[in-house]
Ligand binder design. Structure first.
Ligand code: ADP
Ligand code: MG
Length: 494
């Protein structure tokens, strides 16, 4: 959606934020946009019939061997570069052992001690307009698990292994986030980046972007971290915020009531708007990590890294700053217009064509964003292309349309009634900017309303609006408002 304003607020943290400080770190799993799995040639397409996209390797049959997907590596490197991270020349795949029905091998191939992407950072924008740097601890490659389906089978669980082996990049933040709002701003930022550089479709409904939130509280001034809980598998920014608000209040209540926080994994239940304990937290040693003997260490040579990152697009922060500088946009407008690369491209195309970047920004963030939202469309699917909008804005810029008429024309274009010029012609919506037409009209209105004229001249200035209204009524709203004001002032002067 276009109006991706970075600060979506559900309800403020009600409790004790004076005496308690919140600490949050996020682990984000983003599916990489490869056509085949990370260790097999099976397709990754979403929505296929259950178990039609899982091959012997994804099923973990004996005797098979994984082969690393080069494209998944390339995409991970692009992300590393985009967050200015250290990139490991040599990283290692490890087996993370656990038993679960949707993991038939009994282990997940992941990276543990030596991830491909090391320390990096992103900037987030806070509510007061300040920027804050959030550290990224690491980002590692791993395979996704299958899915357990509980809904369609009475008393049974279905297992769909289509997702097994889909490449994931797990992006782990430092515990640098200090409020649910900061956590949301950070998560949105990562979401923006992975889509921007084309490494993931970021589709949250389809599970391409899932978040685990680690959260603890501590008395203000305390430097040690409190005991944390981890809320698993959150798939929307709104739920992320709500789950954190609930969990922070719960933790404060427990501690203030004399209790202790247990390190555990919790689930957020959106229907009841609460988190519930799922299991006590595993420790790393529960997983018996060890290097996967089936896979060689991953060695990145300079040429491969250079080729993978050479064509990275101008990044969102850089582009936002350029929009402010070159087009004179406010940080707020520039931020909205760089929510996605498609939107930023759209804006630049409209601005170049109509010659007025500020006007383009206002219309895209205003009228167009509202219309897209209402129709549930993103900019890529906009019925109004950049040429169409630029055509409309050009008629505002050259005085053919007032802002108000332009909105009528916009609606007609949106409804498929043709381009701006065709609609203006067909509906006769051209603004009247011709003094030779407006002056006689105003004179007639003045002559017809002697009482109001007298009162106005005697100091009842509010009546000016009455005269403007009369002119607009006579012209069906088509008179140029600036001209009407100017001529009226002149004619009404005592
Ligand atoms: P694990 O190996 O159990 O997943 P990590 O140490 O890798 O744990 O941390 C996972 C996430 O939890 C990171 O994002 C980190 O910033 C965050 N985190 C760690 N300790 C705390 C804490 N006390 N409070 C809040 N977040 C924390
Ligand atoms: Mg973890």
């Amino acid at each position: 959606m276009v109006s991706g304003h970075p600060h979506c607020c559900t309800r403020p943290l009600e409790k004790h934020t004076m005496s308690w400080e919140t600490v949050i770190g996020l682990e984000i799993h983003t599916q990489l946009a490869t056509r085949s799995k990370i260790f097999s040639g099976a397709p990754t397409r979403f929505g296929a019939d259950p178990n039609t996209q899982a091959c012997a390797i994804d099923l973990g049959l004996p005797g098979v061997l994984p082969v690393l997907n080069r494209e998944a590596v390339r995409l991970a490197l692009r992300f590393g570069r985009a967050i200015d991270a250290e990139i490991a020349e040599r990283s290692v795949f490890a087996r993370k052992n656990y038993f679960y029905p949707d993991l038939p091998k009994g282990y997940q191939i992941s990276q543990y001690e030596r991830p491909i992407v090391g320390r990096g950072r992103v900037e987030i924008l806070l509510d007061d307009g300040a920027e804050k740097t959030i550290g990224v601890t690491r980002a590692h490659l791993e395979e996704d698990a299958g899915k357990s389906l509980h809904e369609d089978f009475h008393g049974l669980t279905g297992i769909d292994l289509n997702r097994a082996g889909t490449p994931l990049l797990e992006i782990v933040s430092e515990p640098d986030l200090r409020s649910p709002q900061e956590a949301v701003a950070y998560a949105r930022k990562i979401h923006q980046i992975v889509r921007w550089i084309g490494i993931s479709d970021g589709n949250m409904q389809e599970g391409s972007f899932r978040m685990d939130a680690n959260v603890s509280v501590r008395p203000r001034g305390e430097t040690r971290l409190g005991t944390r809980t981890e809320i698993k598998n959150i798939n929307s920014f709104r739920f992320l915020e709500r789950a954190l608000v609930f969990e922070i209040e719960r933790q404060i209540d427990v501690i203030e009531g004399g209790g202790r926080i247990v390190q555990e994994t919790r689930l957020y239940d959106a229907e009841r708007d609460e988190t519930r304990s799922m299991r006590t937290k595993e420790e790393a040693n529960d997983y018996r990590y060890f290097p996967d003997p089936d896979l060689l260490p991953l060695v990145i040579d300079g040429d491969f890294l250079a080729a993978a990152t050479a064509d990275l697009p101008e990044l969102p922060d850089v582009r936002r700053a350029r929009f402010e500088r070159d087009h004179g946009l406010s940080p707020y407008d520039a931020g909205l217009l760089t929510a996605s690369r498609e939107l930023a491209d759209y804006f630049e195309a409209v601005a170049a064509r109509c010659g007025d970047a500020k006007l383009a920004a206002n219309w895209i963030n205003g009228e167009l964003a509202a219309a897209l939202n209402k129709a549930g469309l993103t900019i890529e699917a906009s019925p109004l292309g950049s040429e169409g909008l630029a055509g409309l804005l050009a008629r505002i810029a050259d005085g053919t349309l007032s802002g108000k008429l332009a909105k009528q024309v916009f609606e007609a274009i949106w409804a498929g009634e043709g381009d701006a010029d065709a609609v203006i012609e067909a509906k006769g919506l051209r603004q009247i900017s011709d003094a030779g037409t407006i002056e006689p009209l105003i004179d007639a209105i003045i002559a017809a309303n002697p009482t109001q004229v007298e009162q106005y001249r005697a100091g009842k200035e509010k009546l000016f609006g009455f005269f403007v209204g009369q002119v607009m009524k006579e012209t069906q709203g088509k008179a140029n408002p600036q001209q009407v004001n100017e001529i009226l002032r002149r004619r009404l002067a005592p």
